[in-house]
Ligand binder design. Structure first.
Ligand code: ADP
Ligand code: MG
Length: 324
């Protein structure tokens, strides 16, 4: 960036850490970082930007922003079945606020340490608050899980539970700590992604809501899907709030949260039926079958009596709404 008085102080004070990984040959401080890619491995890369006022409130806790911007990128690596190694950080700040930077850095490195990933470089500029993380990881050659491999007969499974973050967003201060954490501190399903690699035909991470994200798999694989609405997994806290939600907000919000609310950061995978048992053993009871891949196109949503129902839903798409 153009010299902002304390750009280098900021980097030194908040973003330089001793590298944790052998693959990191050179981290922050030079013109580029150097990374070793071991023989037989491929590099998986992904980038995500969070913009103030769009992805988080202007006054959101800086530690949560730091956590989440890394979490959403690691979630993409999880969906590929990659093991995360490191990331770069592009930070645009209206002003160098030391309290904000300290908290942001704390949240960021709390997650980075948990998954042993190195911050190896970045860029620091002045402007409206926005944060971008490019994360990279390793996957054995030819073994990454793609969106394009689903086949008719595959079971559609999701990790964890759906709708918690969207519900937490609507509830605001009324949300329980568990629901709030699902919104502000999502945990990327790294272990599940790596465990499912080699078993799953296709995978995607759920960032925009199952309805939209599943369609990406269907298009890439040229298949259809039957999904049973009654099987969509709900957390205990989600179930507890169902009555409250119906009282507070008219309309069918439950399905909206679970299918189109977004911010779940769970994995949706397509598994051949004979691999479902093994996958559930590897991932724990945290993998729920919600439907089946078909030879058709698009999603048929089935009610408890397996009758197709019409739903007016869509995933979150920044450019499909007037307010994009
Ligand atoms: P250059 O002008 O070569 O791009 P910069 O002055 O932008 O270098 O950055 C100096 C060093 O600090 C580089 O190694 C860069 O990767 C790193 N860096 C800059 N901003 C950040 C940040 N927000 N987090 C981590 N590393 C950063
Ligand atoms: Mg630079």
């Amino acid at each position: 960036m153009a010299p902002m008085t304390s750009e280098f102080d900021i980097i030194r004070d908040y973003f330089v850490r001793v590298p944790l990984r052998a693959e990191t040959r050179l981290g922050v401080g030079d013109d580029a970082a150097l990374l070793q890619v071991p023989a037989g491995q491929e590099l998986a890369m992904t980038v995500d930007t969070l913009v103030a006022g769009r992805h988080f409130a202007q006054d959101a806790a800086a530690a949560d922003i730091g956590w989440k911007v890394l979490a959403v990128s690691l979630s993409d690596l999880a969906a590929m079945g990659a093991g995360p190694v490191g990331f770069t950080l592009a930070l645009t700040l209206p002003e160098p606020d030391r309290d904000w930077l300290q908290n942001f850095s704390n949240g960021l490195f709390e997650l980075a340490e948990q998954f042993e990933v190195d911050l190896v470089g970045g860029d620091t500029t002045r402007g409206p608050l926005s944060v971008t993380v490019t994360a990279y990881g390793l996957v054995p050659e030819g073994q990454a899980m793609c969106r394009s491999g689903a086949r008719p007969g595959d079971k559609i499974c999701v990790t964890g539970t759906l709708g918690d973050a969207a519900l937490a967003l609507d509830l605001g201060a009324r949300a329980s700590a568990v629901l709030s954490a699902r919104l502000h501190r999502p945990l990327p399903r790294i272990q599940a992604g790596q465990a499912l690699r080699g078993l799953a035909h296709a995978a995607i991470d759920l960032s925009d809501g199952l309805a939209g994200d599943l369609r990406h798999i269907l298009r890439a694989s040229q298949v259809g899907a039957d999904v049973e609405l009654a099987r969509l997994p709900q957390s205990r806290d989600f179930q507890k709030m169902r009555g409250e939600v119906t009282r507070l907000f008219p309309g069918d919000h439950i399905l909206q949260y679970q299918l189109a609310g977004g911010d779940d950061y769970e994995l949706c995978v397509c598994l051949p039926p004979e691999s479902v048992g093994a996958a559930q053993q590897l991932v724990g009871d945290n993998l729920t079958v919600i439907g089946t891949i078909t030879g058709g196109s698009g999603v048929r949503w089935l009610d408890a009596s397996e009758t197709p129902v019409k739903l007016a839903l869509g995933g979150y798409d920044h450019f499909s709404r007037p307010n994009g």
